[in-house]
Design a protein around this ligand. Structure first.
Ligand code: IMP
Ligand code: MG
Length: 183
């Protein structure tokens, strides 16, 4: 791995090869389950961009992609779970089979609200794919995750799209931040 990515504050959790293998498996599963359907893969910006880019190249179907950007009010002392749409989809999803692609599910509040909002738009089906699932801090315990790359412990991770203060998204691996104050 390039020395450019050497950072003593990061510990590799999943290597590029491990991620690629798991993404390939998810792509194969989605290919089998969505044959003959009108699949739209929706990437939630910015964290899912790398996962989405790799995943769609492992799906052997005539799919389309779209993007949304949302902000969750996670800095509130009492988490409202409210989600604001910063950028909406370009195309309607009525009648489509939709998979929302996220980088990580933590409390589950973002995806819970997002599925509520998209759920009213007449899609034929709506499922969730996330690269990482951190079950321990989950508030929305009934949130159904349909496709998951890896379940991880309750640690702050970066890389492969995931950020700390908007940095580290370009790391080719997923790493645990040893000291978040120094990230
Ligand atoms: P949730 O609403 O708590 O599930 O928030 C999920 C969002 O929080 C993700 O889309 C990420 O932007 C962010 N997030 C949660 N955990 C991490 C992490 O370990 N690293 C980077 N971002 C995270
Ligand atoms: Mg995110």
């Amino acid at each position: 791995m390039s020395t450019e990515f050497t950072n003593p504050n990061l510990k590799v959790l999943y290597s590029p090869a491990e991620i690629a293998q798991r993404v390939k498996e998810l792509g194969t599963q989605i290919t089998a389950e969505y044959a003959g359907k009108d699949l739209v893969m929706i990437g939630i910006l910015k964290g899912s961009c790398i996962f989405l880019a790799d995943l769609i190249r492992e799906i052997d179907l005539k799919l389309t992609i779209d993007f949304m950007a949302v902000s969750s009010y996670k800095d509130d002392t009492v988490s409202s779970g409210d989600v604001e749409i910063l950028k909406d989809l370009t195309n309607p999803i009525r009648g489509k089979d939709v998979i929302i692609c996220e980088d990580i599910v933590d409390t589950g509040l973002t995806l819970f609200r997002l599925t509520e909002m998209l759920g009213s738009r007449g899609a034929n089906s709506l499922k969730i794919a996330t690269l990482l699932d951190k079950p321990e801090p989950r508030i929305k315990k009934d949130l159904k995750i349909d496709y998951c790359g890896f379940q991880i412990p309750n640690k702050f991770v970066v890389g492969y799209g995931l950020d700390a203060a908007n940095r580290y998204r370009n790391l080719p691996f997923i790493g645990v931040v040893k000291n978040p104050a120094e990230a």
